[in-house]
Write a protein that binds this ligand. Sequence first.
Ligand code: TYD
Length: 133
Amino acid sequence: MSLVNLIDLPVLGDDRGSLVAIEAMDTIPFEVKRVYYIFDTKAGVSRGFHAHHQLQQLAVCVSGKCRMRLDNGQTKEDVWLDSPSKGLLIGDMIWREMHDFSEECVLLVLASEHYDEADYIRDYDEFLKSVNQ
Ligand code: TYD
């Protein structure tokens, strides 16, 4: 199964412009407890470099683009988030890195849980040990 699980977010456009609505337990398969967004990322900076024990997320570049690298400990896959209608689902125990942010990039993330630093795995060797055990 592909690591890259994209959701084609429905665009409710009319002659005034475009609108995307994301409904919990409908468009995405989880309840949303937290929303955050990453913006003003400096040139050449990469982010992420962690996995989560138990967290479902949807990531979408609502403006600009970035390259998301997903890694399950055996396979790595890259995907460009380059459209406000392109949502990427990221589940448990997936190492993620974000690279090549465009200047105007706003990366919106919907998350199934509140922020909990204890849920993070920030050490790649520890991640590999956990997924391969
Ligand atoms: P971090 O997870 O390191 O960002 P990224 O994975 O995108 O590189 O988060 C940066 C800082 O923000 C860190 O101190 C934790 C804090 N933070 C919160 O307080 N709440 C949140 O929901 C998130 C995602 C991060």
